[in-house]
Design a binder for this molecule. Structure first.
Ligand SMILES: Nc1nc2c(c(=O)[nH]1)N[C@H]1C(S)=C(S)[C@@H](COP(=O)(O)OP(=O)(O)OC[C@H]3O[C@@H](n4cnc5c(N)ncnc54)[C@H](O)[C@@H]3O)O[C@H]1N2
Ligand code: MOO
Length: 396
C-alpha cells in the first residue's frame, strides 16, 4: 500500500489543466482566471477630490476669503485654471482643477454670495487622491486565481468586461451495486438508498466542475461497462463502490477489460483504503470505496485536489490547519487515519475532539463533524493539548 502523499503525486502526474473559455464578468465569480489581466487605464484617471468642499491653492488661514469661480462635480470637471484667492466648489470624485493643491472640506468653510471663507486653518490632509492611486495602466491581476467578488470589482474598474477562465471540468459519477436505489424510489427490503454520490457531486460542483450523475450500475459486468461507456468524454470518472475484493466488486475487472491504465490500488489510509486510480481513455479514473464516509473522505483528499489541478490552480494536497487535541488519543496503526471530529474555538488554535465512533458506514457522524483530524501512520498516543493537523470540512 502506498501513502496518501504518494497516491496524490501519482494522480497529479495523470492530470493536466483543462482548456479555457470566455466568460462575462457577471458570470465569473468562482471561476479560475488562467492568464494575468492587464489594466488598460489608470484609476482614478485624474487627481480626484476625496471630499465635498472647495478646491483651493496657495497660503490660506482662518478668515481668508476666496472668490468661488466655478464648480467641479464627479463626471464633469471645471474647465479653467485656479489662481490664488480663488476657489472651485468641488464634490467627491470630481477631477481636481488645474492650479488647485488641496481641497478644504465644506465643514471648514463658510459659503457666502460667490465667496467662501476659511473657518479654520487648513488641515494637513489635502483630500486629493492622486491619479493611479488604485492602479495604473499596465498593472495586472495575477493568475492563476479563483475569482472572488472583489476581483470582479477590480476587473470591472480596469474596464475588462470579458475574461478567459478554465472551462468547467466534467465529472461523471457512477454508483455501483444491486443494493442501491435512488432517493424517492421504493427500496426493496434488502436495498438502501444511494447517498454518497449526492455529496460528491455537490462537492465537485462547489469546486467549479460540471457534475453528471449517471444511472446506478448494477453488479454485472455488462451493466457496469454500459454505464462506464456513458461516461466517455468526461474529464474525470468517479465510480463509487465495488472497489474491494469481494466477488461482486467488479470495478477493477471491468475497467481493466476496457483498457484502463491503473496507476495504483489501495492506500495506507483509513477510511478509504481500497481506492484505485488510473486513466480510462482520456478520462482520469477515480474508483472510490462504497462506504459513504470512505468515499466522501476520499473526495476531500483526492477528488477536490484533482479538480483544482484540472482548473489550473496547481497540484496541492487538501489544505490542513493546526488545532490542539481536546482529549487524549490512543496510538494510531499503520494507516493514516482521517477521523471525524468536532472543533471548539480556542484562545489561539481551536480544540479538536474526534468522535468515539469512526465506522466508515456512519454518515450521520460525518454530517456532525467540522473537521477530519489527521492521525499520521504510526503516530504514538497523544495527550490532550498536543498540536495536531486537521482538514476543515466547511468554509470559514
Ligand atoms: N475482505 C475484505 N473486505 C473488505 C475490505 C478488505 O480489505 N477485505 N475492505 C473494506 C473496506 S475498508 C471498504 S471501504 C469496503 C469497500 O468496499 P467497496 O468499494 O467494494 O464497496 P461496496 O462493497 O460496494 O460497498 C461498501 C458499503 O457501502 C455501501 N454503498 C456502496 N455504494 C453506496 C452508495 N452509492 N451510497 C450509499 N452506500 C453505498 C454498500 O451498500 C456497502 O454497505 O470494503 C470492505 N470490505
Ligand atoms: O477503508 Mo474502508 O474505507 O475503512 O471503510
Amino acid at each position: 500500500m502506498i501513502t496518501v502523499d504518494e497516491a496524490l503525486a501519482r494522480i497529479f502526474a495523470l492530470v493536466s489543466p483543462v482548456g479555457t473559455e470566455p466568460i462575462g464578468l457577471i458570470e465569473a465569480d468562482g471561476r479560475v482566471l488562467r492568464a494575468p489581466v492587464r489594466a488598460g487605464r489608470d484609476q482614478p484617471p485624474f487627481a480626484a477630490s476625496a471630499m465635498d468642499g472647495y478646491a483651493v491653492c496657495g497660503d490660506l488661514r482662518t478668515g481668508t476669503v476666496l472668490r468661488v469661480i466655478g464648480e467641479a462635480v464627479a463626471g464633469r470637471g471645471f474647465a479653467g485654471k485656479l489662481h490664488p484667492g480663488e476657489a472651485v466648489r468641488i464634490f467627491t470624485g470630481a477631477p481636481v482643477p488645474e492650479g488647485a493643491d488641496r481641497v478644504v472640506i465644506q465643514e471648514d468653510m463658510q459659503a457666502g454670495d460667490g465667496t467662501a471663507t476659511m473657518l479654520r486653518d487648513p488641515s494637513r490632509n489635502m483630500h486629493i487622491r492622486p491619479q493611479s492611486i488604485d492602479f495604473s495602466c499596465g498593472d495586472t491581476v495575477s493568475a492563476p486565481r479563483r475569482l472572488r467578488p472583489v476581483d470582479l470589482a477590480l476587473l470591472a474598474a480596469m474596464n475588462v468586461p470579458q475574461l478567459q477562465v478554465s472551462r468547467r471540468p466534467v465529472v461523471a459519477f457512477i454508483a455501483t451495486g444491486d443494493e442501491l436505489v435512488m432517493p424517492g424510489e421504493d427500496p426493496g427490503a434488502e436495498q438502501i438508498i444511494a447517498s454518497n454520490i449526492f455529496a460528491l457531486a455537490a462537492m465537485a460542483r462547489a469546486e467549479g466542475a460540471e457534475a453528471r450523475i449517471l444511472p446506478i450500475a448494477r453488479d454485472t459486468e455488462d451493466r457496469l461497462r454500459t454505464v462506464l461507456e456513458l461516461a466517455a468524454g468526461a474529464d474525470m470518472i468517479v465510480t463509487i463502490g465495488g472497489a474491494s475484493v469481494g466477488d461482486h466488486d467488479l470495478v477493477s475487472k471491468v475497467t481493466d477489460a476496457m483498457g484502463a491504465e491503473r496507476s495504483f490500488y489501495k492506500i495506507a489510509m483509513r477510511p478509504g483504503k481500497p481506492l484505485m486510480a488510473g486513466k480510462l481513455g482520456e478520462s482520469l479514473l477515480l474508483c472510490l470505496p462504497g462506504n459513504p464516509v470512505s468515499s466522501i473522505v476520499c473526495g476531500h483528499l483526492f477528488m477536490l485536489p484533482v479538480l483544482r489541478a484540472m482548473l489550473g490552480l496547481g497540484s496541492w494536497p487538501a489544505p490542513t490547519r493546526t488545532a490542539r487535541l481536546g482529549c487524549d488519543v490512543a496510538a494510531n496503526g499503520p494507516r493514516a487515519h482521517y477521523m471525524r471530529a468536532r472543533l471548539h474555538p480556542g484562545e489561539a488554535d481551536p480544540q479538536i475532539t474526534p468522535f468515539a465512533n469512526q465506522d466508515s458506514a456512519v454518515i450521520s457522524l460525518l454530517a456532525e463533524a467540522d473537521a477530519l483530524l489527521l492521525r499520521p501512520a504510526g503516530d504514538g498516543a497523544q495527550p490532550k493539548g498536543a498540536p495536531v493537523r486537521y482538514i476543515p470540512l466547511h468554509a470559514g
